[in-house]
Design a protein around this ligand. Sequence first.
Ligand code: DC
Length: 222
Amino acid sequence: MSYNVAIDGPAGAGKSTIAKAVAKKMNLIYVDTGAMYRAMALFMIREQVDENDAAAISGKCQEADITIRYENGEQVVYLNGENVNAFLRTEEVGNMASVTSAQPAVRRKLVELQQVLAAKSDCIMDGRDIGTCVLPNAQVKIYLTASSEVRAKRRYDELTAKGESCDLAQIKADIEDRDHRDMTRETSPLKQAEDAILVDSSDLTVEEVIEKIMGICERARR
Ligand code: DC
């Protein structure tokens, strides 16, 4: 049986940074499920599907073939044979992903892919429903969160460091909108699994969070 660590939490809590670091230290594969939902959203944007048209999203998603490969230790997402990694991390794609991921047809397709990956490899997988739906038997479940102020400030710093101009209040409003959508949707809403350990990173450095999560994983391995 493979060893699986599930990390769930809201946008901007630091899940991917932490999961990548823990994966390296524990020799696990890092599976970024948000990137799969983003690839699906990119497909919908390119196909000009209306985000309010649930039937169109459900129908169209059958035409998107999403696969994952690992190249030089990095997860690469292929959308109908094209490497789309470079297009996934925009605000437009993130916001569309939050809308299209609410559709059960989209979730069925991507959850199956995630479960196959986790069954064949020791991995740390991050997302919104990993501990509650995708990997209910994961050996470790973490719910990683931080206040929306802290998450917005981190995103703001990240964008300004890249030279992009942005507005802190707008970023915070977008994060809160996204939290609301992710937490209140009918299918697999974001919530802490009953057996998940809560880690609030608001007042912790990245190194402190990694240390905390490594400690939790090591205790579960014994
Ligand atoms: O983690 P992220 O920002 O890359 O995720 C983008 C969107 O995808 C997020 O708003 C909700 C959705 N998502 C999901 O519904 N379930 C997951 N397991 C991962 C992401």
